[in-house]
Design a protein around this ligand. Structure first.
Ligand code: DWN
Ligand code: ZN
Length: 391
């Protein structure tokens, strides 16, 4: 039986994506025989409504010196973090304030706060090296292992915490919340954004499900987990990033019993009953079958665009190898010359894409669609979307 990581209730499984490799584990040919696989199953907790994975690789197996995702690979995300940093400077961070980022990656966000007291937390050496080269202070270990309670200096000292696409990656939810509770200033705010489960379901974006994303956020589950640490959602907004995200504004719990906006949103999102997830699980199976059928019906070679972590789920679940998608173009040097996890499709340099006149291209990074359609408008392509109803 799978126990909920938040409240220890027995969970119910609604989606089985089979044996899957580590989503960002792009490998060389000699590593094929030792490639690890994990059973990717998704569960719902009927008590606190948390949606989460079952079995997962341990942290160091994923977030280490070879972690190959760099936030700064998308112009759209760079812009997004510029706007986000302006909002914070305008509304939340005093001139002499302190800001901390959980999962600071290559410093794409924190580089806007070098003149403030700041700290990024990230265990992956590959990305922290880049952040440090920009002059950003980094604690190179998981945030939840930071000894906040023994470090008097940090008690109630942080005016703004931010985490973008990070909280879902950390299995020890209570460790994170405990440290935030200790370190957050009175009147301070934790702004947390990540893909929103409602969008994942509505867009059938099941490719967001892979080993790095241990949790899939809903307002209902977030409220329950925060409540266990005397924290609360003050407000939230919906964002277009990563195919549909939610940004929570969180603070210390106040005396008032309830927040009308949040109560209504929980009601409206409808993510607290198992049947919603059962339907989603069935729709995912149909979506995958349809996608593979469409690729095979083309009867000609197809190439991929963007060796995203998301592509690993689709390729392995649909059993699509290099005979169907011959190669994937990607801008990240650390992935180029390697092979995709599990299905071993070659990842090649994006610089060769312009010379490739293959008409059919699977847009694995559909979440950056606007940026990419614009960049690639010089040639007509038949863009294929790997998941249903995507942007
Ligand atoms: O949560 C996560 C998000 C924020 O980033 C992590 N778990 C891992 C990662 O997910 P992803 O790999 O699905 O992210 P992206 O941003 O959808 O895809 C990035 C990949 O796409 C990189 O390898 C770079 C590549 N790419 C490209 O080749 N050309 C990206 C863009 C925008 C491009 O134009
Ligand atoms: Zn639970």
């Amino acid at each position: 039986m799978m126990k909920c990581r938040v409240c220890e209730t027995d969970c119910k499984m609604f989606l089985d994506l089979g044996w899957q490799p580590i989503a960002n584990n792009f490998i060389a040919r000699d590593q094929f025989p030792s490639e690890p696989f994990y059973h990717l199953q998704v569960f719902f907790c009927p008590s606190c409504f948390t949606v989460q994975l079952g079995e997962c690789p341990e942290g160091r197996g994923v977030f280490n010196e070879n972690y190959p995702f760099f936030t700064g690979t998308s112009q759209g995300m760079i812009k997004h973090f510029v706007q986000f940093s302006e909002l914070i400077k305008e509304k939340y961070l005093p001139a002499n304030g302190t800001i901390m980022e959980i999962g600071s990656n290559d410093g794409t966000f924190l580089e806007h706060f070098k003149n403030w007291e700041h700290m990024g937390f990230d265990p992956s050496e590959s990305v922290t090296r880049v952040a440090r080269s920009k002059g950003i202070s980094v604690y190179p270990k998981p945030f939840e292992t930071f000894p906040a309670k023994d470090s008097k200096r940090w008690h109630g000292a942080t005016d703004v915490f931010i985490s973008a696409n990070t909280f879902a990656h950390i299995p020890d939810r209570h460790g994170v919340l405990r440290n935030i509770k200790i370190m957050l200033a009175q009147g301070g705010v934790w702004i947390n954004e990540e893909p929103y489960l409602r969008s994942i379901i509505d867009k059938l974006a099941y490719d967001q499900i892979y080993n790095e994303h241990i949790f899939y956020t809903s307002i209902a589950s977030m409220r329950n987990a925060l409540n266990m640490h005397h924290l609360e959602i003050i407000d939230f907004e919906i964002l277009p990033t990563h195919g549909g995200s939610i940004r929570y504004f969180i603070g210390h719990k106040r005396a008032e019993d309830s927040n009308g906006k949040i109560d209504q949103a929980v009601e409206h999102e409808g993510l607290n009953s198992f049947d919603v997830f059962q339907h989603f699980g069935q729709a995912v199976q149909r979506c995958a079958t349809e996608f593979k059928k469409n690729l095979l019906a083309l009867k000609r070679p197809v190439v991929g665009y963007g060796a995203a972590a998301k592509s690993t789920t689709v390729l392995n679940y649909c059993d699509i190898g290099p005979d169907i998608v011959s190669k994937i173009y990607d801008t990240t040097p650390e992935k180029q010359g390697k092979f995709s996890p599990g299905k071993h499709i070659p990842v090649v340099s994006y610089s060769q894409f312009a010379e490739d006149d293959t008409p059919d291209v699977v847009l694995f990074v559909w979440n950056h669609g606007r940026e990419i359609y614009d960049k690639e408008r010089y040639r007509t392509r038949n863009w294929l979307l790997p998941v249903g109803g995507a942007a």
